[in-house]
Design a protein around this ligand. Structure first.
Ligand SMILES: Cc1cc2nc3c(=O)[nH]c(=O)nc-3n(C[C@H](O)[C@H](O)[C@H](O)COP(=O)(O)OP(=O)(O)OC[C@H]3O[C@@H](n4cnc5c(N)ncnc54)[C@H](O)[C@@H]3O)c2cc1C
Length: 404
């Protein structure tokens, strides 16, 4: 079977993959780019809040007007119940007045970017799952994908982009490993709302062993998740439903939100750890978005991270195709620097909660002196003075609201 020939094949049609595709074509309309996506965006996707930082990224990608035409509602406020010793009762922060972004339908948003990439000249293949990839002696990538009726399609490319999300397909095969900075997981239950639910905020409420996350979902549902470390799930016996409910009942704000709702799911656990690949690029490939690194869900910045990394990756790819090999290492340095900034901001946000500083969950997230050696050495390369810059790009809305 003859292979379809491309300059660049991008695998994964989430925000990371589509942004890379759009950005490549914006810079060089003559490039031949294919975008493979294993689904047809039919299933529910997580992540509903698109932060304000997305505006400049969508403008850069040339799709801002099309996004506005979708008329997504503004996101509700974010309510953080993050305490201090001086405020022994949980501190309820007033609803934030500033712009919190948009409440989007992820299936529709991802599909919109995929369609727009197609309109700009990207060859899009929905329902095509990458099954195999290997590099030949002449440095070309040979890819095998499975189509909607299990038929095989072959592709050849000079450059490959891994945008396959949190279970990356390509980077591990090229020897990349995850460097994990925590072991965060969420143990959650989904509730059917009663008629009374008015509060559309995203809520984060701390606890001695982690924090509660709750959010309204489409179709009259609410999700309540206890976010803690993987090892503490066992220590707290959280998988036993009674313990989870005991902790929920101890909350001041999360429990009242769901107590008259009906639980409709079993207990589910979802990994939400922060990681960065030890290398996000290699000979003829890069990874973008969650395939390269994941952020704490508290930041709500995952889609912006994915789009931003796609834009940076596209510059590196174009320069690489034009013969400038050093641009891939520039991309590596950029991603490391951004991730260092993220970790420093994350540390500062977690350090606003001081009441349980000796408990393992909080201790692990507080000051540098207590950090594990790996994190300390990683940050020592990129440390900057956050007190001076107050540059909360990753945790928009936290700084002024929490400094009470
Ligand atoms: C519970 C939860 C809540 C979140 N809430 C938010 C939020 O409110 N705001 C926010 O900004 N972020 C949020 N995030 C993070 C956000 O969802 C991700 O960071 C974002 O989706 C990353 O985009 P991506 O394109 O890198 O990966 P994805 O969106 O995961 O896209 C990867 C794509 O690759 C495709 N794929 C995978 N393997 C293959 C293959 N072999 N062949 C072809 N295609 C393949 C998948 O089908 C998928 O479409 C949340 C995450 C979680 C877990």
């Amino acid at each position: 079977m003859t292979a379809r020939q491309y300059d660049v094949v991008i695998v994964g049609g989430g925000p990371g993959g589509t942004s890379t595709a759009l950005s490549l074509l914006n810079t060089d309309p003559d490039l031949k780019v294919a975008l493979l996506e294993k689904t047809s965006f039919e299933k529910k996707r997580v992540g509903e809040i698109l932060k304000p930082a997305a505006q400049s990224l969508l403008e850069h990608l040339g799709v801002w007007q099309e996004f506005l035409e979708e008329q997504y509602p503004p996101a509700g406020y974010i309510r953080k119940i993050w305490g201090r010793e001086s405020a022994p009762n949980n501190t309820v922060l007033p609803p934030t007045e500033d712009h919190q972004g948009w409440d989007i339908d992820r299936r529709a948003f991802d599909n919109l970017l995929f369609e727009l990439a197609n309109q700009k000249g990207v060859h899009t293949f929905a329902n095509h799952e990458l099954m195999e990839c290997e590099k030949s002696a002449n440095d070309a990538w040979h890819l095998k994908a499975q189509g909607p009726n299990q038929e095989s399609f072959n592709f050849e490319a000079s450059f490959l982009v891994d945008a396959t999300g949190q279970s990356p397909f390509i980077a591990p095969k090229q020897g990349a490993h995850r460097v994990r900075f925590d072991r965060l997981v969420g143990v959650f239950v989904i509730f059917k709302n009663d008629a009374q639910v008015q509060d559309s905020s995203v809520m984060a409420e701390t606890n001695p062993h982690g924090w509660w996350y709750s959010i309204l979902l489409p179709d009259d549902l609410t999700l309540a998740a206890f976010m803690t470390d993987n090892d503490l799930v066992g220590d707290l016996e959280l998988i036993k439903s009674k313990k989870w409910w005991d902790l929920l009942r101890q909350t001041q704000f999360t429990y009242p939100r769901v107590k008259s709702c009906t639980p409709i799911s079993d207990f589910c656990m979802r990994i939400a750890d922060s990681y960065l690949l030890d290398h996000v690029q290699g000979d003829g490939w890069v990874s973008v978005g969650d395939a390269s690194a994941r952020l704490d869900p508290l930041s709500g910045h995952g889609m912006c991270w994915a789009m931003q990394s796609g834009i940076y990756a596209s510059d590196a790819i174009i320069n690489r195709l034009r013969g400038n090999a050093s641009d891939l290492s520039t991309y590596q340095q950029h991603m490391e620097r951004e991730y260092q900034n993220y970790l420093l901001e994350r540390m500062q946000v977690y350090s606003f909660e001081t009441r349980w500083a000796e408990n393992p969950f909080w201790q692990r997230r507080h000051k540098t002196e207590r950090m594990d050696p790996q994190l300390k050495s990683f940050l020592s390369n990129g440390r900057r003075n956050l007190e001076e810059t107050q540059n909360f790009n990753f945790f928009h809305g936290f700084q002024d609201k929490l400094a009470v």
